[in-house]
Write a protein that binds this ligand. Structure first.
Ligand code: NDP
Ligand code: 2IT
Length: 453
């Protein structure tokens, strides 16, 4: 490894102790862009990387709320405003007990380059809380969202920072958050995306991340003279991203065979067909049940409980030609990557943010597996969020066909930018490096134009 990368990452590590996910994300980008810095000394002189690893602003706040029995709880809320070089801060909110400042800094950092790759006018940010919506009543979730927004509203706005959903933040939470913002500010604005389609939301926003990830995989395969139709696919997660990836896979004639949640995974060798998916959506998104119930409902499907102490996840040992990790960070390690390769996997597209460990990415890319990194493959969600912002500014709603067509064009554009950047730097089909370079150059050039801010 180069001394520049090592000393840069060591400095970031010493300034940000105990933030392993943030360091992981920074290292990956810095390794990829080092040759670009060598070619353009202006980036080094202007301290572009040093500025990018320091969020423009971090807001951290107390979120007190009362449960249904009257007991008071205190959570910690955050908004990390990473970069406004290309537009208002834009990125999701995550409500999950594992949320820490370091996790949100990694997500906000990744978001800068993801949003840049979309070619839409959005900067990067991320936020959330260590609140666990699981097992809470709607009333409790509403009280939490209202308390969270009571502080957050001071820091966001349709031209400043526009949050959206992420893990644990879906249509219900966005509704409560928007309702409270509107009450506090007496303004009906596009301050959040992922809104209900009857009150300012965009058609296809819910589906966009999963659809986009499948589109990215299809583009990678087509560029190698292959097609996604007929491919057996393994998918992890069973939330917004995973379920809509499965929907799109079915539509394109592929065969998705797995889904998972934090308790385990189901394997349905016959395929998670449209009718079974409708049932799974009702289970996970409406009833908030466990994926285990799928195997009880559909004969032929098996359930495999998660083994927390295991050194790999047997979901990735299921034979498949394509894999879509759509749950959470670092859910697919080097052993899992080896198992995918041995099972004949040809393409991996990250629906989640940083689901593959650095070792896994290295192995997949070195083995010639087509690899779509999250900041490119899952950018469809934030891209349609930006289209929602555009519709809100116009006070218009575009049709399903129009948004879907734009999403596909954006995903094809992202793929092209990754492929072109990889090729221009002699990196073959290393789309992970291509995504980092293409995403970085656009932000870096904007920062050069805007002076030392
Ligand atoms: P959801 O909350 O809808 O679903 C998350 C899914 O992942 C659930 O099945 C959940 O299982 C599982 N999961 C979450 N945390 C863990 C964990 N620590 N270990 C194992 N399983 C876990 O979230 P989304 O589908 O929206 O997000 C999934 C991923 O996609 C995240 O990485 C997110 O950052 C990324 N993403 C999301 C976008 C969006 O538009 N929503 C856009 C781009 C990326 P359980 O129910 O048991 O918790
Ligand atoms: O990780 C992501 O890109 C998201 N959670 C979506 C962000 C957004 O603003 O739509």
């Amino acid at each position: 490894m180069s001394t520049f990368v090592e000393s840069f990452v060591a400095e970031v590590e010493s300034r940000n102790p105990a933030q392993p996910e943030f360091i992981q994300a920074v290292r990956e980008v810095v390794e990829s862009v080092e040759p670009v810095l060598e070619k353009r000394p202006a980036y080094r002189e202007a301290k572009i990387l040093e500025r990018l690893v320091e969020p423009e602003r971090v807001i951290m706040f107390r979120v007190p709320w009362t449960d249904d029995s009257g007991e008071i709880h205190v959570n910690r809320g955050y908004r990390v405003q990473a970069s406004s070089a290309l537009g208002p801060y834009k990125g999701g909110l995550r409500f999950h007990p594992t949320v820490t400042l370091g996790v949100l800094k990694f997500l906000a950092f990744e978001q800068i380059f993801k949003n840049s790759l979309t070619n839409l006018p959005i900067g990067g940010g991320k936020g959330g809380a260590d609140f666990d919506p699981k097992g809470k009543s709607d009333q409790e979730v509403m009280r939490f969202c209202q308390s969270f927004m009571t502080e957050l509203h001071r820091h966001i706005g349709p031209d400043t920072d526009v949050p959206a959903g992420d893990i644990g933040v879906g249509a219900r939470e966005i509704g409560y958050l928007f309702g409270h913002y509107k009450r506090l500010r007496n303004e009906f604005t596009g301050v959040l995306t992922g809104k209900g389609v009857d009150w300012g939301g965009s058609l296809i926003r819910t589906e966009a991340t999963g659809y986009g990830a499948v589109c990215f995989a299809a583009e990678m395969l087509e560029a190698s003279g292959d097609t996604i139709a007929g491919k057996t696919c393994v998918v992890s997660g069973s939330g917004n991203v995973a379920l809509h990836a499965v929907e799109e896979l079915n539509r394109l004639g592929a065969k998705p065979v797995t889904l998972s949640d934090s308790s385990g995974f189901i394997h349905d060798p016959g395929g998670i067909t449209e009718d079974k998916l409708a049932w799974a959506k009702d289970l996970k998104l409406k009833k908030r049940g466990r994926i285990e119930e799928y195997a009880v409902r559909f004969s032929g499907a098996t359930y495999h409980a998660a083994d927390r102490g295991a050194d790999h996840n047997p979901l990735w040992s299921v034979e498949a030609q394509c894999a879509f990790p759509c749950a959470t960070q670092n859910e697919l390690n080097e052993i899992d990557a080896q198992n995918l390769i041995e099972g004949g996997c040809r393409a991996v597209a990250e629906g989640a943010n940083m689901p593959c460990t650095p070792g896994a990415v290295h192995l997949l890319v070195e083995s010639g597996v087509l690899f779509g990194p999250g900041k490119a493959a899952n950018a469809g969600g934030v891209a349609v969020s930006a289209l929602e912002m555009a519709q809100n500014s116009q006070r218009l709603s575009w049709t399903r066909e129009e948004v879907e067509e734009r999403l596909r064009a954006i995903m094809r554009g992202i793929f092209r930018r990754c492929a072109d950047a990889a090729e221009a730097h002699g990196l073959g089909r290393n789309y992970a490096a291509g995504a980092n370079i293409a995403g970085f150059v656009k932000v870096a050039d904007a920062m050069l134009d805007q002076g030392h801010v």
